[in-house]
Write a protein that binds this ligand. Structure first.
Ligand SMILES: [Zn+2]
Length: 64
């Protein structure tokens, strides 16, 4: 079976009220979905995310 990767926006501090949750089979696709969500729902620019931001987000990704 392919590995699953998931991310829940509410796990991010300050985003507790956001219901967004994504589940993909590749980590690359997961990042694309996370970036799209951040852009559309939170008005963020993922291009401005620092390595620290991405490192922290990665700790919130559940793989298995
Ligand atoms: Zn969100």
């Amino acid at each position: 079976m392919a590995e699953q990767h998931s991310y829940a926006c509410k796990d991010y501090p300050g985003m507790e009220s956001c219901p967004f949750h994504v589940n993909t089979q590749s980590e690359e696709e997961l990042w694309q979905q996370m970036e799209l969500h951040a852009r559309v729902a939170h008005g963020e620019d993922p291009g401005q995310w620092t390595d620290e931001d991405r490192k922290y987000l990665k700790t919130l990704i559940k793989s298995g």
